[in-house]
Design a protein around this ligand. Structure first.
Ligand SMILES: CC(C)(COP(=O)(O)OP(=O)(O)OC[C@H]1O[C@@H](n2cnc3c(N)ncnc32)[C@H](O)[C@@H]1OP(=O)(O)O)[C@@H](O)C(=O)NCCC(=O)NCCS
Length: 443
């Protein structure tokens, strides 16, 4: 039976000639143009990244390796007695594009278990930090503190050839990913449970052990698996994925790169929106002071937020132009497992009202909910009420996608990233030339 690493190598060898041919024979073929609006407006829609791990269609939403979310969940081997697949099977799938067998999956589960132990110095460092430090800061620092483990650095210093770069990157990625659930759980218990840590269970899988170390009973293991898979990848241009890719393009190892990506995820316009959603809801309920929520008072609260110049967290998206299928996947989970939960009902009511309000407001290009609008409700229901921890969960999931991407970046020898900047004066000159050309055209 081929191991994950052997299967990955075969895929890399199969893929390399495609990239080499494109670079050698078609490097000058245009795939887009850049406007002034895009240069100033966050490069929205500029085609300048390549990834085969996932693709985001504005109307359909994400596909992982060509599969929609329901297709992905249906295809991968599941943990016995669970509704959701092994995260380890998903790791194989993202890395190779192939669905692993049960046996292959169990080999990866074993491999992850053998790499799971978190070095003692990580706990020492976390305990030395101020206890009110945000959990995302702790998470990023914990990842960075393990940089001394990087095999890539060791091999690079020994003179490794470029076409071998993927190999220690794969090893570092697996080592790091296998530790992340335990690191996250350690931060959670340190901050919110008087540092009463729960040792890892050597028999459990990625999601199962996370639930165990967090201290949450079933079905939280399935919640964790679903959550990590849903948050894994959203093609390459989002802040956390792009940051990881950018930093790794300097051949910084994955500890440096992922820590940087996690810092980007900590922004309120990106991953932190899931904690903001819960905060918004709690503030709204507090204001109601025990009164029942109605479509009318939800609408009023949404307008109050907009009029205060704030964004409605969990709504809008830079690429998507319809309800995020990751929102729908979580909504379906709620319909099945917590249909009568008052918070879920309120989130549904917001879903009914907010798109209309945002459309009337007239600014956002996408009035529909994204992944963050629904995720906190599930965590809250299962007892994880400390919402400033929610983005750490996102971070564990996002690591799966960005580490896969980094491994492939190295396999295909992608260059150090270095786009060109221009000055405002240059843009003004280009703009006035365009006006002159337009005027001439009108004559
Ligand atoms: C995700 C997000 C950052 C995308 O930004 P974007 O690509 O610039 O979005 P748009 O092009 O639609 O933005 C156009 C305008 O609509 C506003 N807008 C977008 N989403 C909005 C929202 N949810 N509430 C209020 N205003 C919003 C933008 O702030 C922008 O206003 P401006 O012209 O005054 O700067 C944005 O929709 C947002 O801030 N959403 C809330 C935070 C969130 O849920 N983030 C998680 C994303 S997965």
């Amino acid at each position: 039976m081929a191991t994950l690493k052997e299967t990955l190598l075969a895929k890399i060898q199969e893929h390399r000639p495609r990239t080499q041919k494109l670079v050698k024979e078609h490097a000058n073929v245009k795939i887009g143009e850049v406007t002034i609006g895009q240069a100033i407006g966050g490069a929205r829609g500029v085609r300048m990244l390549v990834t085969d791990i996932s693709y985001l269609d504005p109307f359909e939403g994400i596909r992982f390796r060509g599969k929609t979310i329901p297709e992905t969940f249906a295809a991968l081997p599941k943990v016995p007695g669970s509704d959701y697949p092994y995260v380890e099977a998903f790791w194989w799938f993202l890395l190779t594009g192939e669905v692993p067998t049960e046996q292959q999956t169990l080999e990866v589960v074993k491999d992850f278990q053998s790499r799971r132990a978190v070095p003692a110095y990580v706990g020492d460092m976390l305990r030395a930090m101020a206890r009110d430090t945000h959990p995302m800061t702790m998470f990023s620092a914990a990842i960075l503190s393990m940089q001394r483990e990087a095999l890539f650095v060791k091999r690079y210093n020994e003179g490794m050839k470029k076409d071998e770069h993927w190999e220690p990157t794969y090893e570092d990625s697996t080592n790091l990913l296998a530790k992340l659930p335990s690191v996250a759980a350690m931060i959670y218990r340190l901050k919110y449970k008087d540092d009463k840590q729960i040792p890892a269970d050597p028999k459990l899988d990625f999601g199962g052990n996370f639930a165990h170390q967090m201290g949450f009973p079933k079905p939280y293991d399935d919640v964790a698996r679903m959550y990590f898979i849903l948050h894994s990848d959203h093609e390459s241009g989002n802040v956390s994925a792009h940051t990881t890719h950018l930093v790794a393009s300097a051949l910084s190892d994955v500890y440096y790169a992922l820590s940087a990506g996690i810092n980007g995820l900590a922004g309120p316009l990106h991953g932190l929106a899931n904690q903001e959603v819960l905060r918004w809801i709690m503030k709204f309920q507090e204001k109601l002071g025990g009164k029942e929520s109605t479509e009318e008072n939800v609408k009023q609260a949404l307008w109050d937020t907009l009029k205060a110049g704030q964004v409605i967290p969990g709504y809008g998206h830079a690429v998507l132009r319809k309800t995020d299928p990751r929102y729908i996947a979580q909504m379906e989970f709620c319909q099945k497992n917590l249909p009568n939960d008052p918070l879920f009902k309120l989130v549904n009511m917001i879903y009914k009202v907010a798109p209309g309000v945002l459309t009337e407001h007239g600014k956002t290009k996408n009035p529909w909910p994204n992944v963050d609008a629904q995720s906190g409700v599930i965590q809250w229901y299962y007892g994880l009420k400390e919402w400033d921890f929610y983005t750490v969960l996102f971070g564990v999931g996002r690591a799966i996608g960005v580490l896969t991407n980094t491994t492939w970046d190295r396999a295909l020898g992608y260059a150090i990233e270095r786009p060109k900047s221009v000055t405002t004066k240059m843009l003004e000159d280009v703009a006035s030339q365009a006006i002159k050309a337009d005027d001439l055209g009108a004559d």
